[in-house]
Design a protein around this ligand. Structure first.
Ligand SMILES: [Zn+2]
Ligand SMILES: [Zn+2]
Ligand SMILES: [Zn+2]
Length: 195
């Protein structure tokens, strides 16, 4: 049993991998199918990854050639978008906090790090420590447009995750006066007088 990380197929029985191309700055680079490698004749399954002739090697197969330089894919120095890089995965959000792009359960998520989240912005949901709904909205506010943000805010209010009074109260505190995300939330939050 050997499951390919890329196509999730059992390599001894799969006909082919599903990865037909990788990307370089978003431009597709087709992979070299088994049997097109110079010096190889494919008459049976690839001896390393097991795909059928003229099918796509499972990524990481040691017979697989790099479509860019023609050398062994496993050992060449070429980098593709799919390889990612630690530097590119890190960023800084509009609130000045460090962000990191990670993959959780196949889903890409952006983690926001903040050094000093006050106690009042923290809560525990199903045993997992996290920021309150209000603080979370403030932290993501700079990354989304007004209309979407307004929908999120009214959804939170509707579900009772925080009240208008709580939201305005928190936004008026000193650490929220200049915070870009707080300014954004303030712009879409319904006025208290309406209540
Ligand atoms: Zn595969
Ligand atoms: Zn192979
Ligand atoms: Zn290469």
């Amino acid at each position: 049993m050997a499951i390919c990380d890329w196509c999730n197929r059992e390599m001894t029985t799969a006909r082919s991998c599903t990865v037909a191309d990788l990307h370089l700055d978003g431009v597709s680079v087709p992979m070299v199918p088994w049997g097109r490698e110079p010096g190889w004749r494919a008459t049976s399954r690839c001896h390393d990854c097991g795909v059928l002739p003229r099918q796509l090697h499972h990524l990481g197969c040691d017979v697989q050639r790099c479509p860019l330089c023609g050398d062994q894919m496993m050992s060449c120095e070429c980098r593709f978008d799919e390889d990612g890089s630690d530097e590119e995965d890190l960023g800084v959000d509009a609130n000045g906090c460090l962000t990191e792009r990670i993959v959780v359960g196949g889903q890409e998520v952006i983690v926001h790090y903040d050094a000093d989240v006050p106690e009042k912005d923290l809560t525990v949901v199903h045993g997992i420590p996290c920021t309150t709904a209000l603080r979370t909205v403030i932290d993501i506010a700079t990354g989304i447009d007004d209309e979407h943000l307004a929908r999120i805010v009214s959804d939170c209010l509707g579900r009772g995750l925080f009240t208008l009074e709580e939201a305005w109260g928190r936004l008026e505190e000193a650490d929220m006066v200049e915070r870009p995300g707080a300014l954004r939330v303030r712009a879409v939050l319904p006025p208290l007088a309406a209540a």
